[in-house]
Design a protein around this ligand. Structure first.
Ligand SMILES: Nc1ncnc2c1ncn2[C@@H]1O[C@H](COP(=O)(O)OP(=O)(O)OP(=O)(O)O)[C@@H](O)[C@H]1O
Length: 233
């Protein structure tokens, strides 16, 4: 059965002009993400993983090439339209958690739903639901700095999945975690992927994520290498 294409890049480039010359961070990448994948983008440091993820998440714009999200070309969209698509269709998980320190755990999780205009009661209900999914019941009124790194990253996972986006982009999500905590986090994301069909794309060095991915693509010097592993999902 043909799976829905959530995101696609066509010969995408992101070049930076620097004093030392042109840096080809992403240099002609054509790839696609299918619904339900647990896809790892792997490659050495500086190979272009984060840049590619930022392009997929519309946090950055390509110098050349095209990007499609849920069948829609995003080129030429206004800043407001791009922000709306990002808000409604993409969840982000970052290496450094990036929670808002002055908001409680529940408020962090509710943030996107608040921007979407959901009413207070329904967004609180959903926040408690996803916090339970990441095993953080009872922590909703804490502030991020009162939690461990692993717990903060679980809040970030809850925040990313709360509004049921089509795509979750996770940039080195386990990089700051000890081994046991990293494995627990990967287990959790894999369960969410399996049970809810949530699509995850990782930028990662972590062999534990690569091993658990449904497919892996390798990037080197801004270009894709062979596609490893079959789509197993
Ligand atoms: N704003 C920028 N200006 C100039 N060069 C940049 C900029 N951002 C990234 N680069 C360069 O682009 C290349 C790819 O960077 P990127 O962060 O995407 O790599 P990465 O694979 O995610 O690396 P890491 O695994 O270390 O996070 C690197 O050579 C980097 O120095």
């Amino acid at each position: 059965m043909q799976r829905e294409i959530v995101a696609k890049t066509i010969d995408v480039k992101r070049h930076y002009e620097t004093k030392g010359g042109c840096v080809k961070a992403v240099d002609g990448v054509t790839m696609q993400v299918e619904a339900g994948e647990f896809l790892a983008i792997a490659g050495p440091s500086g190979s272009g993983k984060s840049t590619l993820l930022n392009l997929l998440g519309m946090l950055d714009e390509p110098t050349d090439g095209r990007i499609r999200l849920e069948g829609r070309d995003i080129e030429g969209l206004s800043r407001t339209e791009r922000a709306r698509i990002r808000r409604d269709h993409i969840g982000f998980i970052f290496q450094a958690y990036n929670l808002i320190p002055v908001l409680t755990v529940a408020e962090n999780v509710e943030y996107v739903m608040m921007l979407q205009g959901q009413d207070t009661a329904s967004r609180r209900q959903r926040a408690l639901e996803v916090l339970a999914e990441v095993e953080l019941e009872g922590k909703e009124d804490r502030f991020p700095q009162e939690l461990s790194g692993g717990q903060q990253q679980r809040v970030a996972v809850a925040r990313a999945i709360a509004s049921r986006p089509a795509l979750i982009l996770a940039d080195e999500p386990t990089a700051n975690l000890d081994s046991k905590t990293a494995i627990a986090l990967i287990d959790m994301m894999e369960r969410i992927n399996r049970e809810q069909g949530t699509t995850f794309v990782f930028s990662t060095h972590d062999p534990r994520i690569m091993k658990r991915s449904s497919r892996m693509i390798r990037i080197c010097d801004g270009k894709l290498e062979e596609e490893a592993a079959e789509v197993l999902v």
